[in-house]
Design a protein around this ligand. Structure first.
Ligand SMILES: NC(=O)c1ccc[n+]([C@@H]2O[C@H](COP(=O)([O-])OP(=O)(O)OC[C@H]3O[C@@H](n4cnc5c(N)ncnc54)[C@H](O)[C@@H]3O)[C@@H](O)[C@H]2O)c1
Length: 350
């Protein structure tokens, strides 16, 4: 395969993980990097031998040999570079969550449709062998019709710092940051049913008022926390299924459970991956033998999946239409929490 010439937009924490994962990957050549903090772009270029360094990402989009960009900026800066890159004729891999707002996610999806270029959202967990095993089990029909699910992503005391907790950079907190992993997993396994209503609450009363970063916690500055650190919602789908979505960066609890699906023929739990059924006239629990992989390998696989889709003319491996549903639910939760009532939701026409 001819190496894919890629530009890197954003040279912060996660950009380093992408670059480390690409070491020795001949299919992808990162030829330019841009960051509004130019010293970060320069440091990344020096570390990984990237020949072109810019402050303004539009300079990368002007490079004719660049076919694709990997956008690793904070959430509030996902939309503009994605839309600009697609319209400049580049394929786009953009970090999760797709966007901080539903409007941004819809604009990104629309740009992908208008340009016909690949837009892929970097949900590395799609490449996890456990996820792929679970998907194969669900797609085999072993669970029957799925009528209930729980999507859960929670830490006891793990409020991140830096750009993750500010409105102007992250725009949104745990609901999109770690919540999107749980939402994507459960929606993917359910086959992306259409959400129709959301009733939820969200707040940051623990992280701003009631808790301090004691030993064992991630360290954060309570005065700096501008986004929600807790959110839960009931999500109703067009097919009458219901999902409970729970996410928290901080809580007085060890766990809120994990991702589960209940179907008419079987139930599935993700961690550890187990399938519960009635079989052979008895209760049966099945634990598939699946080997895990390191995080860095997931970054490598998602970049390779992106490059392969471009080279083979395949559709986006993680398409914007699927990820738009996560933003419909995230926005529904935030809107419902603000309204103090259930809200109707719909998928924007794009
Ligand atoms: N896939 C994963 O495992 C994973 C893990 C952590 C974070 N993330 C996601 O990656 C994104 C970035 O996270 P991070 O930890 O690297 O944040 P970060 O704050 O360390 O880095 C973001 C970088 O983007 C730069 N930037 C902002 N606007 C820009 C623009 N218009 N043009 C160029 N550069 C710009 C910032 O200067 C900064 O260097 C977030 O959306 C986050 O949710 C993904």
């Amino acid at each position: 395969m001819k190496p894919l010439k890629m530009g890197l937009i954003g040279a912060g924490g996660i950009a380093q993980a992408h670059m480390r994962a690409l070491a020795g990957v001949e299919e992808i050549q990162v030829v330019a990097v841009a960051d509004i903090a130019k010293e970060r772009a320069e440091a990344t270029a020096n570390r990984f031998g990237i020949p072109n360094v810019f402050e303004d990402y539009r300079k990368i989009l002007e490079m004719p040999d660049v076919e694709a960009v990997n956008i690793t900026t904070y959430n509030q800066a996902h939309c503009a570079p994605t839309v600009d890159a697609l319209h400049a004729g580049k394929h786009v891999l953009v970090e999760k969550p797709m966007a901080a707002t539903l409007d941004d996610a819809a604009a990104m999806t629309k740009a992908a449709h208008e340009t016909g270029k690949i837009l892929m959202v970097a949900l590395k967990t799609r490449y996890s062998p456990h996820r792929q095993a679970a998907k194969a089990i669900v797609d085999s029909g072993a669970l029957g019709d799925i009528y209930y699910a729980e999507a859960v992503a929670a830490r006891r005391c793990g409020i991140p710092g830096g750009s993750f907790i500010r409105k102007d950079t992250a725009g949104i907190g745990t609901v999109a940051d770690i919540g999107v992993y749980a939402l994507d997993e459960v929606l993917h396994l359910m086959g992306h049913p259409k959400p129709v209503s959301v009733s939820g609450i969200a707040n940051n009363i623990l992280g701003t008022q009631h808790c301090k970063p004691v030993a064992g916690c991630w360290q954060w500055v309570p005065e700096d926390l501008e986004v929600e650190d807790f959110g839960v919602a009931a999500v109703r789908f067009e097919n009458d299924a219901l999902m409970i979505f729970k996410t928290s960066w901080i809580m007085h609890m060890d766990s809120l459970g994990g991702n589960i699906l209940l179907g008419t023929k079987g139930g599935l739990k993700m961690n550890p991956l187990t399938v519960y059924r009635h079989e052979f006239g008895m209760l049966s629990d099945m634990t598939p033998q699946v080997s895990g992989v390191q995080d860095i390998e997931l970054f490598r696989l998602e970049n390779l999946g992106f490059a392969e889709a471009i080279r083979a003319g395949k559709p986006s491996p993680i398409p914007p239409e699927e990820m738009l549903l996560t933003n419909v639910i995230i926005q529904g939760l935030i809107d419902s929490a603000a309204a103090g009532a259930e809200v109707k939701v719909s998928i924007p026409a794009v």
